[in-house]
Design a protein. Sequence first.
Length: 128
Amino acid sequence: MQIVHLYKSLIDDVVAWGGSASLLHVHVGMAIYLAVLMAVRQRRAGMIALQVVLAAELGNEVMDWLNASPDWTWSDTVSDFALTLLWPVATTAVLAWRRRRWRTSVAIMARSGAIPLPAKRHVPIAIT
């Protein structure tokens, strides 16, 4: 339980220094998302980064629950999840939509003959 109290005091110091706890959820969620995107250089990096943000927020909420179990409320937890995951989910959705749209346009161009296909007749896939 000492770790929980240490974590809570550290978070309280960050909130005192940085301002609103709600705003910090938004910023930290997006910062974690972008850091993981830069670290993981794969096509599915957006989903991996989103999972890391979700895991970090779950860990944060468990620590909040352990520290303040009588004062803990579902509304605070749901609000924290929504604020933390809002922009990472939106960014992942846009990236997936653009990737799907790009694949569709490449497939249409390949069928029309504008892009020569290799001998295997596979449509090229984006490498992001």
